[in-house]
Write a protein that binds this ligand. Sequence first.
Ligand code: ATP
Ligand code: MG
Length: 562
Amino acid sequence: MPEDGIKPASNFIRNIIEDDLKTGRWETHIHTRFPPEPNGYLHIGHAKSICLNFGIASDYGGLCNLRFDDTNPGKENIEYVESIKTDVRWLGFDWEDREFYASDYFEALYQYAVDLIKKEKAYVDTLSAEEIRKYRGTLTAPGTDSPYRNRSIEENLDLFSRMRGGEFAEGTHVVRAKIDMASPNLNMRDPVLYRILHAHHHRTGNKWCIYPTYDFAHGQCDSIEGITHSICTLEFEDHRPLYDWFLASLEIHHPRQIEFARLNLTHTVLSKRKLIRLVQEGHVGGWDDPRMPTIAGIRRRGYTPESIRTFCERIGVARANSMVDIALLEYCIREELNRKAPRVMGVLHPLRIVIENYPENQVEMLQAVNNPEDPKMGAREVPFSRLLYIEQEDFMENPPKSYYRLAPGREVRLRYAYFIRCTGVVKDPTTGEVIELRCMYDPATKGGDSPDGRKVKATIHWVSASHAVTAEVRLYDHLFAKENPDEDKEGPGFQVNPNSLQRLTSCKLEPSLSGATPGSRYQFERLGYFYVDPVDSDIQKKVFNRIVTLRDTWAKIQKKGA
Ligand code: ATP
Ligand code: MG
């Protein structure tokens, strides 16, 4: 468990656990698990569950297992298993040798079903899926008993073993719990425990042609592993009576299920079903597209594991569903990189300027501070010369009143360098577009201060043209412009924000970035935090992903709320 220096806040789950520890319900031992189904990549919602399960185990001196709930052979595969392991490890958590699979317990689960049959608490039903649905009743009307409900134990055992033996086609028989077809809780109306699926499983191959349902597998797997607290999301609250019924009927170790609210984030979809569609229909470049809310995407965008853990700590754990503003996630990485990332200068939309009174061929090395938040990070030298690039937006020919940056006749400060004044504008004769500025510098203002006390209203960043590193920069916006994209239920297709990715291929960066290693992070002054894309960068070419801008929208939201 990594040390982040933030004390975990108390929450209702911790209160339950502390009570359980006090009353000795589990003696002194806490055991949790993180139980993903390997049918997609993990997303930021799963990170909440991972931090919670591993965090609680570590804080109370217990253990947390990684358990794959692999009971759906048609939708699962090894790629997903591997990606999940990579992501949990990257987040900083260690399951040691406790990597388990529901499929490891298929034999035990089969025996549990046999046991329920022998106790007359389960039966083989031969109704079709359609009939089973009809017999189930509705929220307001009770269900009806299946005509097969009273088969003898012998007949049930015989049919179940022949189901396992592969004698029957899919959909011909299921095993159901015998509970109560009139229960007000639909989950208790004789739920299905086993169905026939002639499917190849990524771990058990063709050994099985019957597979347990999620409900039947989950609690029993928890029990086998000696889990004490089975923490899951709110939608399982109505399944808890069933969870308890199985364990009580089987008379085996009985973990305590506790539900918490799942994470919802603005501008984001967090359902695996929808994320799979984004990938498969080509709306994004893949599971690790930096716009995706997957752990793989967030990692490739440039977020750190620490920032994700901080985020999960800040959002807390509650029992009521709510929507978290994505600005909080952005705030967490900004706050961390403000302290840690070296600051550099880079120009995204270059505009050439010529310093007319600066000698040709002269180059001067100027001192630049790496991070004013941390003097230990030292300083570096940046070359200054006659030909520079500045940001197109830092010049306006006819500026409005509130614009303080460069304009004809106006003076500004070049960061770490000199004051310059704009003395001429060169335009493309056909398009009229500004293509170059002519400027004069004041040699007395070296370092950025004027000895005569003259003030300028703006400081802008720049790069020496002949020394600049040319790089690609990718700017991102929310994948969904809508604050709550889940409101667009299915729709004909996804309304992906067409401006969510902007690729700028000829950005000019200060020469210190020629050595930037893939996977490193920088603040480009005034522009945001950037990450050297580890997939698309190489010795020749550097690609920088913008993680976030410098604008702290979270602080604004906080103020509004206060
Ligand atoms: P989805 O609903 O996104 O398809 P899932 O719940 O089917 O996800 P699982 O692989 O079963 O995905 O999830 C593993 C664990 O992560 C479960 O305990 C689940 O409750 C938890 N989890 C999934 N989504 C979220 C979320 N948005 N917030 C918190 N926990 C979540
Ligand atoms: Mg699930």
